[in-house]
Design a protein around this ligand. Structure first.
Ligand SMILES: *Cc1c(COP(=O)(O)O)cnc(C)c1O
Length: 810
């Protein structure tokens, strides 16, 4: 691995301090020390960070509108294998490495699971020696910072770039790319070949900022290339002969500047609702066009045959936000490379693969035809042609009109991005077994029947290096002490832990480590919120985006139920519990914000009620993100994965908890099913409607929340509390939640599942009373979590999708 000894390191560190800041180490701030350290590490890796290796290996390009990286310093040190040398050297210079680790900003360039998945995949691609790179957007402002004021969510702009940039990035002006918006397109017949003339367009510069992605222990360094949007500098003149003159007047120049810079200004704070906004479409085409042009430029520089692109390049689109990769690649192959439609289409399909992330129709992207036509005139023409040919193909199969309309890419008003993604790629995958089955049998049934060979499952995974080795080093060291280090590169080896399932010492040790992680979190909660939580209580955790389908409300109503039980009977037998929440709500999602207010008001009431003798504590931790997740997850006893069955495509939070020895309390949804399959029924607690029950209710009706409310005392009691003033300061919000349950018939079956959930929680309570048994369950969970490493997921993508048919890939 990286060769560096203490003396050499200290010398580089001091030299760098002088060259960057012209001052001594003693006078430096933590920020400066961090900059210097990162800069030294960048020097260490720089020689290995080569741009591309096209001639040796197929390159994979992963397009994602979000990358939720988390802090990089610790994980880079781990992957380079130099954490100890660096820690000790810094200590000799009187610097505490942990201070610097915590001083790094956490780039929140994503909302939740989808963006975090992209980050875990980058880590795994590098660690598996796959030359795989990310393309995305360098948002000036990532996801908002969340604060609570009087229990309400308040959004503060995220400023991850305040210190004049990001410590890990390198800007590459010589690789900037021009992306064209708007204008007019004329097709000119030149001796039977169509020439495309795009005039009066607005040229936007995509400036690449590269972040190194370091593989674990293998010297492999890939790149995450994020594009910032800028005005075009006039040096690009010759490339833009037909561009609109955007500098005509001072006013024009200002407008142009605003237009350009706005594109990468801010991340949309939304991961499952369609943001129907022109700016979002601009963002999508901006990074897609820049990325595809970048790929083709690199490819051509190698003097490779454009007709063999798919033999050297795989392009993967993470959900439909990068779907314009399909028409953009077509555009370049047709208009710039002069290929025929059939040639270009063949290459495009064979190069591109697509992951679907949701079955919720409201989250499926659609773009108004007129909007696309105006913003991206050439791209629109190509999509029209793709649609025309596809519809012809469907008509030849004699499908009925309704089916053809459903499958078409363009309908009366909109372009359907999922349809375009399926038609224009060679592989469509879901993200967990149930999800893929639902795609095949329900949501994408028509497409599956038409082209079954395209469909496959790739159950999500997580970077175990970040979520176990780095976030829970005590547990990681215990594991290594028991079964040697091999599990770090082959997580299936975690299975070997099972031989310790009856070993009292090992079980006790697991309990002690959990306790110490809980103490660490309790200390954080005390310092931040002045709430005393008892590390001996059950830490029951639900952290994830706030969304009705994830059912934080179910959790909260259960807490309210328990509270009543305690008030009615002070001797009510229960293990003390600490309920921990972390969740951001999309700023425009009113019901989600009401649920936050409800939980905060409930917490206020319960935490300050001496009658219940500290049996329950409720803590809502602000500003949930990767860094906070790394603190919370290792401290969890219970992992709440309680989505309405069929709604959570996979989940990845569930995997992080399991790997850290929490017991999953879950519906049989998404990857929870696969966790169940791994650990068996005795090591997980399951409740709630089955997928078929939910599907049947959705299709045939038959559910009445009001009937349940009228007939069930427990339900009535907690639902009434939403509007009767029992919990102060949430009149309006309580009413909104009440209406969602009763007036609008509880779309997510919260009340339908609550009795079952209460029983499941009682089971958790009983299980926790037997500590040895509990720790054994934890051990079984850890031992069987290996399959959820994203190394496994990425190996499957590589084998079944990206390198399929390549030499040496059987
Ligand atoms: C893993 C992760 C998620 C996804 O959590 P789910 O429970 O799968 O929704 C969201 N946000 C952050 C910060 C994460 O680390």
């Amino acid at each position: 691995m990286a060769k560096i000894n203490k003396n050499k390191f200290k010398q580089s560190f001091e030299t760098k301090m002088y060259s960057l800041y012209a001052q001594s180490i003693n006078d430096a701030t933590d920020e400066q020390l961090l900059n210097v350290l990162c800069s030294v590490i960048k020097d260490i890796i720089s020689k290995k960070w080569v741009d591309n290796k096209l001639d040796s290996q197929k390159e994979v390009y992963y397009f994602s509108i979000e990358f939720l990286l988390g802090r990089q310093l610790k994980s880079n040190l781990l992957n380079l294998g130099i954490e100890n040398v660096v820690r000790e050297s810094l200590k000799e210079l009187n610097i505490d490495l942990d201070n610097l680790i915590n001083a790094e900003s956490d780039p929140a360039l994503g909302n939740g699971g989808l963006g975090r998945l992209a980050a875990c995949f980058l880590d795994s691609m590098a660690s598996l020696n796959i030359s795989g790179h990310g393309y995305g957007i360098r948002y000036k402002h990532g996801l908002f910072e969340q604060k609570f004021i009087n229990g309400y969510q308040v959004e503060v702009p995220d400023n991850w770039l305040t210190q004049g940039g990001y410590v890990w990035e390198t800007v590459r002006p010589n690789k900037a790319i021009v992306v064209k918006f708007e204008g007019n397109v004329n097709l000119i017949d030149k001796n039977g070949r169509l020439e495309v003339n795009h005039t009066d367009y607005l040229p936007i510069m995509a400036m690449p900022y590269d972040i190194p992605i370091i593989g674990y222990g293998n010297n492999s360094i890939n790149t995450l290339r994020l594009f910032k949007s800028e005005v075009l500098s006039r040096d690009f003149g010759p490339l833009t002969v037909n561009a609109r003159n955007s500098y005509g007047s001072y006013e024009d120049a200002l407008k142009y500047k605003y237009y350009a810079e706005e594109i990468s200004q801010v991340l949309y704070p939304n991961d499952s609702n369609y943001a129907g906004r022109l700016l979002r479409l601009k963002q999508e085409y901006f990074f897609v066009s820049a990325g595809i042009q970048d790929i083709i430029r690199k490819y051509k520089k190698k003097k490779l045959d454009i007709k063999k692109l798919n033999e050297k390049v795989a392009i993967h689109i993470n959900d439909t936000h990068p779907t314009l990769c399909i028409p953009e690649l077509m555009r370049i192959l047709l208009d710039e490379e002069g290929l025929s439609w059939d040639e270009a289409w063949d290459i495009t399909i064979n190069t591109i693969s697509y992951t679907n992330h949701t079955i919720m129709t409201e989250a499926m992207e659609r773009w108004p035809k007129e909007m696309v036509k105006r913003l991206l005139p050439r791209i629109y023409m190509i999509i029209e042609e793709i649609n025309k040919r596809y519809v012809n193909e469907l008509e030849e199969r004699k499908y009925d009109h309704e089916k053809i309309y459903r499958m078409s890419i363009i309908d009366n008003n909109d372009i359907k991005m999922a349809n375009l993604s399926i038609v224009g790629s060679h592989s469509v995958n879901g993200v967990a077994k149930l999800h893929t089955e639902l795609l095949k049998k329900e949501v994408l049934k028509d497409f599956y029947e038409h082209e079954p060979e395209k469909f496959n499952n790739k159950t999500n995974g997580i970077a175990h290096r970040r979520w176990l080795i780095s976030a829970n080093s005590e547990l990681s060291d215990l594991i290594t002490g028991l079964i040697s280090e091999d599990w770090k590169t082959d997580t299936n080896k975690l299975k070997e832990l099972e031989i310790y399932r009856n070993n009292k010492d090992v079980l006790e040790k697991i309990g002690e480590i959990k306790y110490s992680n809980k103490e660490r979190l309790a200390k954080f909660i005390k310092e931040k919120y002045d709430i005393d939580v008892n590390p001996n209580s059950i830490f029951d955790v639900q952290v994830k985006r706030l969304h009705a389908y994830k059912r934080q409300l179910l959790n909260a109503l259960h807490i309210l139920h328990l509270y009543h039980e305690l008030l009615e009977n002070p001797n009510f037998d229960m293990e003390p519990r600490t309920f921990i929440f972390g969740a951001k709500a999309a700023p425009g999602y009113y019901l989600a914000k009401c649920i936050i207010k409800f939980i905060n008001s409930l917490a206020d009431k319960i935490n300050n009620d001496p009658r219940i003798d500290n049996k329950i504590k409720v803590v809502f931790i602000e500003n949930y993100g990767v860094s906070i997740a790394e603190l919370i997850i290792p401290a969890a006893d219970v992992s709440e994965q309680i989505s309405t069955t069929t709604k959570e495509a996979s989940g990845t939070g569930n995997m992080k908890f399991m790997m850290n020895g929490a017991i999953t309390l879950a519906t049989l949804d998404g990857a929870n099913i696969e966790i169940f399959d791994q650990v068996g029924k005795d090591n997980i607690v399951i409740f709630g409607l089955s997928a078929n029950e939910v599907l049947n209710y959705n299709k045939f009706g038959g559910y009445s929340a009001l009937d349940l409310y009228n007939s069930n005392r427990n339900i009535k009691r907690v639902v009434d509390d939403l509007i009767n003033g029992f919990i102060p300061n949430m009149e309006k919000e309580g009413r909104e939640i009440y209406d969602s349950l009763i007036t609008y018939n509880d779309e997510y079956f919260v009340l339908r599942d609550i009795e079952n959930y209460i029983e499941a929680q009682e089971k958790i309570d009983k299980l926790y009373k037997n500590k040895d048994k509990w720790n054994e369950m934890a051990l079984i969970n850890i031992a069987n979590s290996g399959v959820f490493s994203s190394d496994r997921t990425i190996a499957e993508y590589a084998h079944d999708i990206w390198f399929k048919g390549c030499e040496g890939n059987e």
